[in-house]
Design a protein around this ligand. Structure first.
Ligand code: AMP
Length: 341
């Protein structure tokens, strides 16, 4: 019997509840410090207690997962806490395409895949000397927006970078990525591609709430100007945003192009959940600055089922449940290798 496992963080409650509802045994790799929290949820059948998540690579943990025929559902915490090499070396089947996770973590690969998908991207600024206008400066990897900052020229960049280094938020030798800032309404478009049905589904969209950049709008500019602190883009939570229906066609088109490009660049392609992240400008033109090649925490807003999945499935369907449904269908038809790597 196949079971479903994930790491205790990010969207693990949603994933394991969906798995339980689809009839799977559920396992959670859980940091000891969070045991008490996760024991509250009776749809989690087994906790594998660890001091830190990379222990999932060790025999003791792997043996339990192997014995349970577990499929591991990757999410943001796996990517944030383990290197691409470590993730690729995991011996049990991983839902979706584990090879594409490297393309999410590496800024150059990420840009290549987004360009191949013909998405509209903000310009990359090669060096601080080239800054001429508003830019956002980012860290490598899934930093979650912490340590990001805005700058308008080289002096501004240097002053803020130095200040963040002094505060211990950035390290001195850290290579930063500079991107043109795109103003507009944030929208994170969530999709699922089913290799079994060979079809893409639009699940919904969310916005991230980031501290403390958002609080700036509550402070008059006369006060802001005297306030030295460099605001951060640290994600605190998510809320739903429903797009105008006239934007849906283009959302589907972007998702389809992303799936096709992934198939060309990183086999077997973008299977399972993914997210294209960006902003709609004043003309409702979408600029995407990021993608996630696995379930995003923004899907947690629809644990009871997303409105669009209500339309497609005629039943409440969360992303966690959708993943479990795909594994169930694959299992029944002996095609688990088609939905895992
Ligand atoms: P990221 O790690 O690329 O998802 O960026 C974290 C946050 O920074 C996003 O959720 C946005 O609020 C903001 N952001 C990132 N890139 C841009 C951009 N090019 N223009 C405007 N805002 C951005």
């Amino acid at each position: 019997m196949t079971s479903i496992a994930t790491l205790g963080s990010h969207c693990s409650l949603q994933v394991l509840k969906g798995a339980k509802d689809e009839g799977f045994k559920t396992l959670l790799v859980c940091e000891k410090k969070r045991e008490k929290l996760y024991r509250r949820f009776n749809f989690i059948d087994e906790l594998i207690l660890v001091d830190s998540f990379p222990e999932i690579l060790e025999k003791k943990c792997l043996d339990i997962l192997e014995k349970n025929n577990s499929v591991l559902i990757p999410h943001g915490t796996l990517i944030a806490q383990m290197s691409s090499e470590e993730i690729e070396s995991i011996k049990i089947p991983i839902f979706g395409n584990k090879w594409i996770l490297r393309w999410e973590s590496d800024r150059n690969k990420k840009e290549q895949l987004m360009k191949e998908s013909n998405l509209n991207l903000p310009r990359t600024i090669p060096t601080p000397e080239d800054i001429n206008g508003l830019v956002i400066v980012k860290r490598q990897g899934a930093a979650g927006g912490k340590g990001y900052f805005l700058a308008t020229n080289k002096e501004d960049y240097d002053a803020k970078r130095d200040s963040l280094i002094k505060q211990g938020i950035l390290s001195k030798d850290e290579q930063l990525y500079i991107q043109e800032y795109s103003p507009g309404v944030l929208a994170y478009l969530q999709f699922f591609y089913s290799p079994l049905n060979e079809d893409i589904e639009f699940f919904g969209s969310d916005q991230r709430h980031e501290s403390d950049i958002e609080s700036l709008a509550r402070i008059p500019s006369s006060v802001q100007i005297k306030h030295e602190k460099v605001p951060s883009f640290n994600v605190i939570g998510n809320t739903p945003i429903v797009l105008r229906e006239s934007l849906l066609q283009e959302a589907y088109d972007m998702g389809e192009r992303f799936v096709e490009a992934s198939r060309r660049l990183v086999k077997p392609g973008m299977n399972g959940p993914f997210c294209i992240e960006g902003v709609y400008d004043e003309n409702a033109k979408f600029t995407s600055f990021e993608f996630s090649a696995r379930i995003v925490a923004g899907t947690n807003i629809y644990m009871e089922g997303s409105p669009y999945y209500g339309l497609l499935f005629n039943e409440p369907m969360s992303m966690g449940k959708r993943i479990a449904r795909e594994i169930k269908n694959a299992d029944k038809s002996n095609q688990l290798d088609k939905v895992t790597t």
